[in-house]
Design a protein. Structure first.
Length: 185
């Protein structure tokens, strides 16, 4: 008997949908969040191009993107995303102290990070940026960057819904990294 509609464990090679067989060796087959999303092959296929932009080709650059993702994961209570992006943030040169600050108050982080994190907070709390918030963010990342911040918050909010609703387990490599090297502010 297969999983109930409320149980969507990460799919592996033995039960990967034929409809997205070509995606199994891509990002989709590597991370548990996407292996869970594979329960809806059409959504995963449609997700791929947006993921390519949000994760790889946005105008924010790696560290600013990580600030957006970390703050979104933290605010959404998505431990899976927070853990994965500790690893990714370290890989792009962020210090543990900087990473940890992203989960704290705005006045406890670097000024540039606070502008980005404040925009994330506004989008989550009020679903919009005020003129002042938009202006401060645009001064730092440009107009396209404002759009990329909004798209990244929306993208990672959706992932947060998925990982939390389906209790997506942390990927083994990330769990091992954090066990060996916990975040130390």
């Amino acid at each position: 008997m297969g999983p109930t509609p409320l149980q969507c464990p990460p799919l592996g090679p033995d039960n990967w949908p034929e409809k997205i067989a070509d995606m199994q060796t891509s990002f989709a087959g590597r991370l548990n969040v996407y292996r869970v999303m594979a329960h809806h092959p059409d959504l995963l296929r449609a997700w791929a191009p947006l993921r390519g932009h949000v994760v790889q080709t946005n105008v924010l650059g790696p560290q600013r993107s990580e600030v957006v993702i970390l703050r979104t994961g933290h605010r959404m209570g998505a431990a899976y995303e927070w853990a994965h992006h500790i690893s990714r943030s370290r890989a792009c040169g962020m210090t543990d102290a900087r990473i940890a600050s992203i989960a704290g108050p705005l006045d406890g982080m670097a000024a540039d990070d606070a502008v980005i994190a404040g925009a994330v907070d506004a989008l989550i709390d009020r679903h919009r940026l005020s003129d002042a918030e938009r202006g401060a963010l645009a001064a730092q990342v440009g107009t396209a960057g404002v759009f990329d911040v909004m798209a990244t918050v929306g993208f990672y909010s959706t992932l947060a819904y998925i990982v939390q609703t389906f209790d997506t387990p942390l990927d083994a490599d990330v769990a091992a990294e954090l066990a060996e090297r916990p975040l130390t502010p």
